[in-house]
Design a protein around this ligand. Structure first.
Ligand code: NAD
Length: 478
């Protein structure tokens, strides 16, 4: 049952790429499905002096790229959009925003609810949050702050950012987006575990040999070289997305589906991460940077726009993550992410060991959860679609098998409007994952890498294969 929601959205960075490519299409889907109908308005803010009409035109233009709908419905939707030019440091502008939000709240009867969305450069997050508070923008319904990644670039900067935003918003009103948590498969994992007790009972060090998480892209950095030079794949993919995927598979099954219990279990898992010593970093993590392809047709990373010709930034990493917990001690979590790999692939491979489980999972079974469906398939057992096999230990709950998949952002915005924080990242989780990542980053920053070291279209440097071979294992996706 769709429940109509009421809110005024204030989108900081309303003229930007994220807003146009992800947020407006997602809001439009919610409009078409009835979650948003009469009682909402969107204020886009950015520096440029746009009129409401011009802003609406930009919104409709970007919708036309993704939707075939009648233009009338897009125009009707766009009537809920308003523009306010704004500079993040100018207090006067926040007063103007406050007045416009109050006026639109009356006009649309929006329940005095506010969603403040930071689709803006991270260096502005703290300033904007503080101004929202000090200039009295908060209304007397709910006031929810939505923060995009990256949340800091190491533990110190994340602590500083968190200190700034938490002066203005209580933790319960902060929604830190990790869009992988909005993906259908990641959201289905807790239900798969709850509905398939044989599978759940086998998810521990007694039966699992290793777990592999792969987030591979076939593209290079494209036009994001400038950003990438400040990040690298370790910060861009491992600290957030890969860790949250591990959180979905490996945290203890919650005794209740409440956000607090789920977060408590996820935090406990991340607290049990075994932080690596410098010598362990050398042994357990490898890094790579792409070269041209074997025909010499594609640009090497160092030839991309806005990338230094001697860049030390990694575009590939593979590593072995270990936990110090009763459930997972001794089980390696092999993770891998890279650009210019042979295909786009997002998957979790759970490799069972040679013990016969008490619960029906056969020895040496590999269960693959495809985060992005491949040919309509989402779960594979030993490489075969689970629906074709005579087995009774794993099945997708019915809601997930229906073909009504939502875009990650759409699903996350529904959660924000409903006040459901399950699929967002808490500060305690971030603190532990940053601490883990910092140890690797610091070691790498103290050494010079021999880059480039893998050709475009390959599986990364050879050291990635060797990392598993050393333990008598191998990558399932190869
Ligand atoms: P963008 O550069 O396209 O847009 C930035 C927006 O901020 C623009 O609307 C710009 O006018 C506004 N802005 C810049 N300086 C300003 C100022 N002084 N005062 C007021 N407004 C100002 O960036 P983007 O790609 O949309 O990214 C926005 C945020 O989302 C960033 O934090 C980014 O890391 C994050 N993010 C983006 C994507 C994506 O797909 N684009 C994905 C994940 C996270």
């Amino acid at each position: 049952m769709v429940k109509e929601r009421s809110a005024i959205f204030i989108i900081f960075g309303g003229s930007g790429d994220l807003a146009h490519r992800k947020l407006y299409p997602s809001l439009f889907r919610l409009y078409k499905s009835g979650y948003l109908k009469d009682h909402f308005a969107v204020i886009g803010t950015a520096r440029r002096p746009w009129s409401d009409d011009y802003f609406r035109e930009t919104v409709v233009t970007s919708l036309k790229e993704s939707f075939k709908d009648d233009e009338k419905i897009m125009e009707d939707f766009a009537q809920h959009f308003f523009y306010q030019s704004h500079d993040v440091n100018d207090s006067e502008h926040y007063i103007a925003l406050k007045n416009l939000a109050a006026k639109l709240d009356d006009q649309f009867d929006a329940g005095h609810n506010r969603v403040y969305y930071m689709a803006i450069a991270p260096r502005f997050f703290g300033t904007v949050a503080e101004h929202i508070n000090s200039e009295g923008l908060k209304a007397d319904g709910y006031n929810r702050l939505v923060i995009e990644k990256p949340f800091g670039r190491d533990l110190d900067s994340a602590c500083e950012l968190n200190g700034n935003i938490s002066k203005a918003f209580p933790e319960d009103d902060i929604y830190r987006i990790d869009h992988y948590l909005g993906k259908e498969m990641i959201q289905a994992i807790p239900r798969i575990r709850a509905n398939n007790s044989k599978f759940e009972d086998a998810l521990n060090s007694k039966y699992v040999s290793n777990i592999q998480v792969t987030l591979a892209e076939s593209l290079g950095v494209e036009d994001r070289g400038g950003y990438y030079e400040t990040a690298g794949v370790l910060r861009d993919m491992v600290q957030n997305h890969i860790m949250q995927i591990i959180g979905a598979v490996a945290s203890d099954e919650p005794e209740a589906t409440e956000a607090k219990v789920i977060h408590r279990n996820r935090t406990a898992l991340f607290n049990s991460l075994k932080v690596l010593s410098p010598e362990e970093v050398d042994k357990d993590f490898v890094r790579g940077q792409y070269d041209t392809d074997d025909l010499g047709e594609q640009k090497a990373y160092r030839q991309e726009d806005n990338v230094a010709s001697d860049s030390q930034i990694e575009t590939f990493t593979a590593g072995k993550i270990s936990f110090d917990s009763d459930r997972w001690s001794g089980v390696p979590f092999y993770v891998r992410s890279g650009k210019r790999m042979p295909d786009k692939s997002s998957r979790i491979d759970i490799v069972f060991n040679d013990k016969v489980t008490d619960f029906g999972v056969r020895p040496n079974t590999v269960v693959t959860l495809l985060i992005e469906k491949v040919d309509g398939q989402s779960i594979l057992i030993n490489g075969i679609d689970y629906r074709e096999l005579d087995q009774d230990f794993i099945e997708l709950p019915t809601a997930e098998s229906a073909d009504n998949s939502r875009e990650a952002y759409e699903s996350l915005i529904i959660d924000i409007l409903a006040g459901n924080r399950i699929h967002f990242t808490l500060w305690d989780e971030l603190r532990s994952t940053w601490k883990y990542i910092d140890a690797i980053r610091q070691r790498w920053d103290s050494q010079t890498a021999d880059f480039p070291n893998y050709i475009s279209g390959s599986m990364g440097p050879d050291s990635s294969e060797m990392l598993l071979e050393r333990d008598g294992n191998s990558w399932i996706w190869s």
